[in-house]
Write a new protein. Structure first.
Length: 415
């Protein structure tokens, strides 16, 4: 039997001779518990925002996107691309071509991005979930091509959902010398008609910049061949491991192509969120360290309270290592108890917030995508919090408790 552990457990639950020691011990446990709750809830809220952003991107971004490592376009009829399309894990494959254009409507001019897609784009993504307006999502018919712009771009053009006149689309001609005498000859011109739809992704990158249309129109306005694409966008069959599929596609295509999942397509956004989450974790760890000083104070009082017991143990042959071990284990038990209690309560708070949305953003008319703070409990984060609490507790208590034990008890024995 471990003598230090046995005695430490007895001290943890036994009544102290001074009521102040019980109060200080309770405050120490409460401090560790509250710091743990704060860590669990904060990390879960960051996960919730990440999940929310990912869901918004899901409506526009494919599960896997293939682009050329160099240049803007590549040949969709190549054997490598055909092999990728033929993979059994691929449910939908959509050829796309996108580039910058100038849009003109009733004297207003706006720079934007035309994204030409195939007719199966609605099966590739969940675009219909973010569309507003009447009618069905359409890209073209037998006579004209249609435009589905972002909501903010619609406002900048002041064209509305049902503009009577078509949008005039201008794209620079490829391989032509610029004519200053006749600037209009430098551009290819096309027309896009109102589809009666606009999309809201709640991301300026899309809402103020993108117009969806047919890939045939995009190839024509940019002067591209009938097999040229800027990206091949893929949707996997249900239950497919995206990372494994991505690596398999990379092995087929080689280094000439870039293969990205949704998170890699939005790397900058998620990198910022990850950095913010990590900084918050560091600050909360600092608060946890301060809370652990309460544990040191509690152990100092306990050392003085139990000095007669320690003298008895010395008489029975206990050395400094055993005696110091008693109070280090006592502090560790306080940290473990506080960590466990904090995690249970923190997870409970997150579950309540997830179900009922008790903590809201305030004014319901503020234009937020959701009304309350989102949460997403990830097991790895909970485990990391538990390990952090224990590690910080041991680091904070190890040296000070060992020093205090020797100093206080040795001084008392000399006296």
């Amino acid at each position: 039997m471990n003598v230090s552990l046995y005695i430490a457990k007895r001290y943890l639950f036994s009544k102290k001779s001074h009521q102040a020691i019980n109060i200080i011990s309770g405050v120490a446990v409460a401090g560790v518990t509250l710091a743990t709750i704060a860590m669990v809830c904060t990390l879960s809220v960051f996960n919730g925002f990440k999940m929310l952003v990912a869901e918004q991107f899901t409506a526009f971004d494919p599960e896997i996107k293939i682009t050329a490592e160099r240049g803007k376009s590549f040949d969709a009829s190549s054997e490598f691309i055909k092999r990728v399309k033929a993979l059994p894990e691929i449910a939908v494959a959509t050829e796309c071509f996108e580039d910058k254009v100038m849009i003109q409507y009733n004297g207003r001019q706006v720079m934007a991005t035309i994204k030409g897609v195939e007719d199966n784009f609605a099966q590739l993504t969940e675009i219909e979930k973010v569309l507003i307006g009447n009618g069905s999502f359409k890209l073209h018919d037998n006579t004209v091509d249609y435009a589905t712009p972002g909501i903010e771009l619609t406002g900048m053009l002041n064209c509305g959902l049902y503009h009577t006149a078509p949008l005039e689309i201008f794209a620079p001609k490829r391989g032509k010398k610029v004519s200053m005498a006749n600037p209009a000859s430098n551009f290819r011109k096309g027309y896009l008609y109102a589809s009666g739809k606009t999309f809201i992704v709640n991301q300026p990158k899309y809402d103020s910049n993108y117009i969806l249309s047919s890939i045939a129109f995009a190839r024509d306005i940019f002067g591209r061949d009938s097999t040229e694409i800027s990206s091949l966008e893929l949707k996997a069959t249900e239950g497919t491991d995206i990372n494994k599929l991505k690596n398999r596609i990379k092995n087929i295509l080689g280094e000439e192509f870039k293969v990205e999942d949704r998170f890699e397509q939005q790397a900058d956004v998620f990198r910022i969120m990850t950095i913010e989450k990590f900084i918050s974790y560091l600050f909360l760890s600092l608060i946890l360290l301060i809370a652990c000083f309460n544990v040191i104070g509690s152990l100092s009082m306990l050392i003085l309270d139990k000095k007669k017991d320690m003298e008895t143990l010395r008489s029975l042959g206990a050395n400094d290592k055993i005696i110091s071990g008693i109070f280090i284990i006592e502090g560790s038990l306080i940290s473990i108890f506080g960590a466990f209690t904090g995690i249970v309560l923190g997870v409970a708070v997150c579950l309540v917030q997830e179900k009922f949305g008790i903590i809201s953003f305030g004014d319901a008319s503020g234009g937020f995508v959701i009304d309350s703070y989102p949460v997403d409990i990830i097991a790895s984060d909970v485990a990391a919090v538990f390990v952090t609490v224990i590690a910080v507790g041991l680091l904070a208590m190890g040296i000070p408790v060992n020093y205090l034990t020797k100093r206080l008890l040795n001084n008392d024995s000399k006296d």
